[in-house]
Design a binder for this molecule. Structure first.
Ligand code: C2E
Ligand code: MG
Ligand code: MG
Length: 613
């Protein structure tokens, strides 16, 4: 600050100055020195005071010289104009005015007390300078100054300059706000939510803390069918509704996608359940998306950190527990509320262990394929097999797909497993062919494999490696999986069929039975779900009507049919009568290891005919 130079224009000596300052010892050599007699401004101007005034006046920033009590000793012209520029008379203080009192008037929060303490410490020589961005609540709004203060002599006088930084602070605040909020809904984002929850968990005197984890049921359908603009509109409306039903002290935030969090302060699990019910009711009302009315549900998980919580509970723990509870709510049938329990964590840990073991199992050769014969009904010959995966677990024995595929799906293991199945099944089929057994092998794939976009390449790689002709491979995709992305599936099915690989829709009739799928998909085979084929007692004629309809429809589309889950001679007879081309089921044969197949064929049916697919 230019006050540094003031001493050099003063006629008085260092000796004089130190006398005035009272003590020479302890003065910092670099400390700027104002002439000793600036105080005389009150009594009448001296030469040095005039110089000080002139120098301060030359400064463009509003600048004051104050004493240890905040009393103004000098004020420059820029300061005197400040009140007019800012349009607030409360800034209009001059010589003898109380700077500290003015600061208190213009900013009532803790930062003023801190600032005054710091200026006093500076005046006592306990700190080298004070720098702060300081908010002034003026009549025209909040105004930010960067305040820079230096001690100028041993008597503790302090020069304070003020620079307008309102634009800079506003820009910083806006960017800080953007980093902590979701731009779409303007709610706190994931990172900020974790900060807020952690801050609340550290307040041990403020009671229990609950976290609601909300996942909107059916959001993806809206996004897929009505487009992303409608999806965005929907998310904004959801944000508004949730904010509308929560309590004043709660915080609603968006984790991302269709996942929201409500942080409930001073709220036990009973209170959180009541709040969750209000959230559910708010989402239950139809949404108006540019004139289209849409109904949704929401699955909500709740985790609560009790009042007497251990100090180590962190936001990540609480959100993870609430997430587990939300998954349990979804699994129980959606649009429900579930409280977190220790069992859920144990189950999640078990799944994580299974996932880790499963990852190794693929590499360690613990997966095995069993093959279930497929009968060609017009000829009565076994013309193919379906490859079905099992896990030979080192401790738990032979595990069925239902025991591990759901975990595999949750841990991105479906595609690695499918690649292994494709390699193994094509190699086995080629080996049978080399031994004179000509079979067509079906392999199941998952929707996630279609989504990765590597399916066609993976199939071709397996065929190339094994040398199996493409006509001896069928790729099966369940009806419900096709529905996840019909367009993408259609493109990949078409590519497979162009290369000679047949594709089939599995479990048709067990889910949506979308006739649109039959029309949209280039498929050659429809597998009629066991729920239609293995009809309940007394429902033969109804089952017959349903099967006949599917067969007729498929035939009209040039698609062959296969009855799945044939468990009795009567069901086999029905499938044959109604014109199904193929049949598969326990009545014919159970899935079996590859080495048992030729024995079974020899014992049960005539030698398989040449490829009939
Ligand atoms: P899916 O593809 O529909 O396979 C037929 C399932 O029905 C097999 O069960 C088979 O053992 C069973 N099954 C066959 N005939 C009968 C019957 O007459 N009665 C009864 N009750 N069941 C019968 P599995 O092997 O337990 O497989 C279940 C499902 O797991 C499969 O259904 C398929 O969706 C999936 N899966 C099996 N292997 C794989 C695989 O390698 N990859 C993928 N992505 N999924 C697989
Ligand atoms: Mg199948
Ligand atoms: Mg099936």
């Amino acid at each position: 600050m230019s006050a540094v130079h003031l001493g050099t224009v003063d006629a008085e000596t260092d000796e004089d100055r130190s006398d005035l300052a009272g003590e020479r010892v302890g003065r910092r050599p670099e400390e700027p020195q104002l002439p000793r007699d600036v105080r005389r401004r009150v009594d009448g101007p001296s030469q040095s005071t005039v110089v000080v005034e002139a120098v301060l006046d030359a400064l463009p920033s509003p600048t004051l010289l104050i004493d240890a009590n905040g009393t103004v000793l000098l004020a420059n012209t820029a300061w005197e104009k400040a009140a007019d520029v800012l349009g607030d008379d409360r800034v209009r203080i001059g010589v003898d005015g109380d700077y500290f009192a003015m600061a208190r008037r213009l900013n009532g929060d803790d930062s003023t007390a801190t600032l005054i303490d710091e200026l006093r410490a500076l005046s006592r020589g306990e700190r080298p300078s004070v720098q702060a961005d300081y908010a002034l609540e003026l009549r025209g709004g909040t105004y930010w100054v960067h305040l820079q203060a230096s001690r100028v002599d041993q008597a503790g006088q302090v020069v304070v300059t003020h620079t307008d930084v309102t634009n800079r602070v506003a820009a910083e605040r806006a960017s800080d706000w953007r980093a902590r909020h979701d731009t779409l809904t303007e709610l706190p984002n994931r990172a900020h939510l974790h900060e807020l929850i952690d801050a609340e968990l550290q307040q041990h005197d403020r009671g229990p803390v609950s976290v609601l984890f909300l996942d909107i049921d059916g959001f993806k359908d809206v996004n897929d069918s009505l487009g992303h603009d409608a999806g965005d509109d929907l998310l904004r409306q959801i944000a508004q509704r949730l904010t509308g039903v929560t309590r004043a002290g709660d915080t609603v935030g968006r984790l991302g996608g269709d996942e929201f969090i409500v942080l409930c302060r001073d709220c036990d699990s009973t209170g959180a359940e009541a709040l969750a019910d209000r959230c559910r009711a708010s989402i239950d009302r139809p949404f108006d998306l540019s004139g289209r009315m849409v109904r949704l549900g929401v699955s909500i998980g709740i985790a609560t950190a009790a009042e007497s919580r251990p100090t180590r509970v962190r936001s990540t723990d609480l959100v993870r527990d609430a997430d587990l509870a939300m998954y349990a709510a979804k699994a129980a049938g959606r649009n429900r509320v579930r409280l977190f329990t220790a069992d859920l964590r144990a189950a999640a840990q078990h799944k994580a262990t299974v996932a880790a073991e499963l990852r190794d199992a693929v590499a360690d050769g613990q997966l095995v394929l069993h093959y279930q014969p497929v009968l060609h009904l017009p000829s009565g010959r076994c013309t193919g097999v379906e490859a079905l995966v099992r896990w030979q677990h080192p401790h738990r024995g032979l595990l069925a797909p239902a025991d591990f595929l759901p975990t595999a799906a949750q841990h991105d293991l479906m595609t690695p497993i499918a690649r292994w199945v494709l390699r193994t099944a094509t190699r086995q089929t080629a080996a049978w062919a080399a031994a004179g057994l000509h079979l067509v092998t079906s392999v199941n794939i998952s929707a996630s494999h279609v989504a990765t976009g590597t399916l066609v390449a993976d199939v071709h790689e397996a065929l190339a490696e094994s040398g199996l002709p493409p006509e001896q491979l069928v790729v099966e995709l369940a009806e419900r999986s096709v529905a996840e992305d019909v367009e993408r599936t259609a493109a990949q099915f078409a590519a497979l069929r162009r290369s000679g690989v047949e594709v089939s829709i599995d479990d048709f009739g067990g889910g949506f039975s979308s006739l649109g799928q039959l029309v949209a998909l280039p498929t050659g085979l429809l597998k009629i779900d066991r729920s239609l084929v293995a009809y309940p007692e007394g429902r033969r004629s109804q089952a017959a009507a349903a099967i006949a309809a599917v067969v007729a429809l498929a035939r009209a589309c040039g698609v062959r049919t296969q009855a799945e889950g044939v468990e009795t001679a009567d069901q086999l007879e029905l499938a044959t009568e109604l014109g199904c081309t193929f049949a598969q089921g326990f009545h014919l044969a159970r899935p079996m290891p590859a080495e048992d197949l030729s024995g079974w064929l020899a014992a049960h049916v005539a030698q398989p005919a040449a490829a009939l697919f």
